[in-house]
Design a protein around this ligand. Structure first.
Ligand SMILES: NC(=O)C1=CN([C@@H]2O[C@H](COP(=O)(O)OP(=O)(O)OC[C@H]3O[C@@H](n4cnc5c(N)ncnc54)[C@H](OP(=O)(O)O)[C@@H]3O)[C@@H](O)[C@H]2O)C=CC1
Ligand SMILES: O=C(O)[C@@H]1CCC=N1
Length: 279
């Protein structure tokens, strides 16, 4: 694929284009970005990354053969309506939209277009995304392999059944935000136990990084690694007791389940919308 067209220029679009450029997967000159109407945002992206920008959807579809859909689910219908007349057999679509099925995108495009769904996260911007991926009815295995290799340049990729993408969204697509929320709490805790903000932040980041690498490098279960920290009757036991007696695990499980449920809700709302339109 010679040129990428990214439709939607928000947080996820920027994370991906940043990772593609950093990973030397695509030069900025081969990336074309558009959005709905925010010319200032496009100018900022061009200034920062050197990508091509345009509010002319026809131009984007003419220049690019690989098209990323990166708008919010609520805007997908209008976005696809604005491009479908320019879609040809040269185009491969990769959608990062939560909850919008490949079949919905194919129906909105009114063509048997190859569509692949990817569920990355914003760690793509430093090439550390965890991406789930599934192909639509008209995408080939070769196109899926191409898309997988593309996202492997900005992190890890797991090919899943499309039905599993709601779970992937709940766990990993939204996952960074759960960690950032934990860090917000630990930063407040650091302050309450008498550390200045910068010192607390430094300790928290290194502790998170170290724990992440311990999980990755030792391949030990989290429960085993936790027990290795927890001296009987010691400080860790005292802290973990608070988490256990206040339902921390149950809260995290419910957090992921609710995010998955919202993804399913989005999916069903689009399916119902299309059913009504067909009627
Ligand atoms: N943020 C994340 O961590 C992740 C997000 N995603 C998915 O990525 C998608 C984008 O999310 P995010 O980047 O956070 O959202 P943002 O709100 O940051 O960006 C949305 C972008 O879509 C553009 N847009 C809206 N309508 C249209 C249209 N009709 N034509 C072209 N562009 C349009 C907006 O343009 P304008 O500013 O002009 O309105 C804006 O640039 C969502 O579907 C989300 O589910 C997936 C994984 C992770
Ligand atoms: O919050 C959202 O809907 C998007 C999808 C996954 C992460 N952000």
């Amino acid at each position: 694929m010679k040129n990428i067209g990214i439709i939607g220029a928000g947080s996820m679009a920027e994370a991906m284009l940043s990772g593609f450029i950093q990973g030397e997967v695509y030069d900025a000159q081969h990336i074309y970005v558009t959005n709905k109407s925010n010319a200032e945002r496009l100018n900022d992206l061009q200034r920062q990354y050197g990508v091509n920008i345009s509010l002319n959807k026809k131009e984007i579809l003419e220049k690019a053969d690989l098209i990323f859909l990166a708008m919010k689910p609520k805007d997908v219908k209008e976005a696809i309506h604005s491009i479908k007349r320019y879609v040809t057999e040269k185009h491969l679509f990769i959608s990062v939209l939560a909850g919008v099925s490949t079949s919905v995108i194919e129906e909105m495009l009114e063509k048997k277009v190859p569509v692949i769904r990817a569920m990355p996260n914003t760690s793509a911007s430093i090439r550390l995304s965890a991406t789930g991926m599934a192909k639509g009815a008209y995408a080939t295995d070769e196109q899926l392999t191409f898309a997988k290799n593309l996202f492997k340049a900005i992190g890890t990729v797991e090919i899943v059944e499309e039905e599993q993408l709601d779970a992937v969204t709940g766990l990993a697509g939204s996952g960074p935000a759960y960690i950032y929320y934990l860090v917000e709490a630990m930063e407040l805790a650091g302050k309450e136990v008498g550390l200045d903000e910068e010192t607390a932040r430094s300790f928290i980041i290194q502790t998170l990084y170290g724990a992440s690498e311990m999980l990755k490098q030792t391949k030990k279960d989290a429960s085993v690694l936790r027990k290795e920290v927890t001296s009987p009757g010691g400080t860790t036991e005292a802290g973990i007791h608070v988490l256990k007696t206040n339902g921390f695990k149950e809260m995290m499980i419910e957090c992921v389940k609710q995010a998955q449920a919202r993804s399913k809700e989005l999916k069903h709302s689009f399916n119902e919308m299309l059913l009504k339109e067909r009627a």
